[in-house]
Design a protein around this ligand. Structure first.
Ligand code: KG4
Ligand code: ZN
Length: 317
C-alpha cells in the first residue's frame, strides 16, 4: 500500500511517499532564507513560494523513488492547523493528484502528524504520552490509537517555539532563533538570572508570555543603564526556565496517565535540553519505550503525515 503525503501548513512544502509503512522519500523545500529579513514567516510570501516549489518537489519525490503516480493508493495532506494560504495550496495539490489517479483523499491534523513523526523509527506501544512543542503549540497529549488523541494540557498564550524565537530576536539572533538560542545557552550560566516559571500550578496548561516579557524587560533595563547584555547567560537562564516547566508538568502527567510510550514532537523537540529531559524522565519512571524523533522528523515534514495516514489505514482494515 502506497501513500503520497503533502505537508504545507507553514513555510515548508514537503512530499513524502510511504510504502507499507516504510518511508521511501521525504522531500522538504524550506523557505527560511526568504523570511529571514522579515524576522518571521510572512504568510502571503509563504503561500506564493509554495507555488514555485510544487512542481519540482512532486517530480523529485516520484523520480527518486521510481514511482508512477498511478501506483499511489491514497493521497494524504495536512488539513489544519496552519497558515490558511499555505494550507489551501497543499489541499489543492492533494485534490488534484487524487482526482487525476481516482484515489481517496485523507485530510489530516498537523499536530497529530507531528506526534506520529516520532513513530517513524520506533513503534508506539499505547497509551502514548506525547509532549508537543512547536512554534504554535505547547501541549501534552495522550494517544490511545491513531484515531484517539486526548489533549490534557495546552497553550494559553505564546507557544514555546514562538517564545524562543521572540527572545532570540531581542538578544540579536536571526530568525528562526530557537536553534541558535539553544546553542548559545550552552555557553552561559543558567543561574545568572532568575526568570519566572509561568503557570507552575496543578494544571497541564502552558504559558510563556510572562517569561518572554521578563527577558524583554531585563534587556530594556540593561540598555537603559548602558550595561553590556550578557547574551549567553540570558540564553542559559531562559532555557532553564522554559524547559523546567516542561519537565515538571511531564513528570506529573507520567504519574497520572502511566504511559507505555513517552515521546516528544514538533520543531522544539530538536532542543537539546528538551531531548535530555524526555530521556531522563523515561529512565526515572522506567518507561523503556521512550524516544525522541530524528531531527529530520522534528521540523515540519510530510513523512510524519504519511506515517499517520498509514497507521490510520492499518487499523481500519
Ligand atoms: O514544528 P515547527 O517546525 O513549526 C510549527 O509547526 O510551529 O516548529 C518550529 C519552531 C520554531 O519556533 C523554531 O525556532 C523552533 O521550532 N526550534 C527550536 C529548536 N529547533 C527549532 N527551538 C528551540 N531549540 C531548538 N533547538
Ligand atoms: Zn509543525
Amino acid at each position: 500500500m502506497k501513500i503520497l503525503a503533502i505537508e504545507s501548513s507553514c513555510d515548508e512544502f514537503s512530499i513524502s511517499i510511504i510504502d507499507d509503512g516504510k518511508i521511501l522519500t521525504n522531500i522538504i523545500s524550506s523557505q527560511i532564507e526568504q523570511h529571514v529579513n522579515f524576522g518571521g514567516v510572512v504568510p502571503e510570501l509563504a503561500a506564493r513560494l509554495h507555488l514555485e516549489n510544487i512542481s519540482w518537489v512532486i517530480k523529485a519525490a516520484l523520480d527518486t523513488t521510481n514511482t508512477k503516480v498511478e501506483t499511489i493508493d491514497y493521497v494524504a495532506y495536512t488539513e489544519k492547523p496552519g497558515l490558511i494560504g499555505s494550507l489551501i495550496i497543499g489541499r489543492l495539490v492533494a485534490e488534484t493528484i487524487a482526482s487525476y489517479i481516482n484515489k481517496p483523499l485523507m485530510p489530516l491534523h498537523h499536530i497529530e502528524g507531528h506526534i506520529y513523526g516520532a513513530s517513524i523509527e520506533n513503534e508506539f506501544i499505547y497509551p502514548v504520552l506525547a509532549m508537543v512543542v512547536s512554534g504554535g503549540h505547547t501541549q501534552i497529549e495522550i494517544v490511545n490509537s491513531p484515531n484517539d488523541f486526548k489533549v490534557v494540557g495546552t497553550t494559553l498564550d505564546d507557544a514555546i517555539g514562538e517564545c524562543y524565537d521572540k527572545v532570540a530576536r531581542v538578544i540579536g539572533l536571526e530568525y528562526p532563533g530557537g536553534p541558535k538560542l539553544d546553542k548559545l545557552a550552552k555557553e552561559g550560566n543558567q543561574t545568572a538570572f532568575k526568570f519566572p516559571i509561568s503557570k507552575n500550578d496543578e494544571s497541564y496548561d502552558f504559558s510563556y508570555s510572562g517569561l518572554k516579557t521578563a527577558v524583554i524587560n531585563l534587556i530594556h533595563n540593561l540598555n537603559q543603564k548602558n550595561e553590556e547584555i550578557p547574551v549567553a547567560d540570558i540564553a542559559a537562564s531562559f532555557q532553564y526556565a522554559a524547559t523546567k516547566i516542561v519537565e515538571t508538568k511531564l513528570a506529573k502527567a507520567i504519574e497520572e496517565f502511566k504511559p507505555k510510550t513517552l515521546t516528544v514532537a514538533g520543531g522544539v523537540s530538536a532542543n537539546s535540553e528538551i531531548r535530555k529531559i524526555i530521556i531522563e524522565l523515561g529512565q526515572k519512571y522506567g518507561i523503556s519505550n521512550t524516544f525522541v524523533p530524528k531531527m529530520e522528523y522534528c521540523t515540519d515534514n510530510a513523512a510524519m503525515i504519511a506515517k499517520l495516514a498509514y497507521e490510520k489505514l492499518k487499523i481500519s482494515k
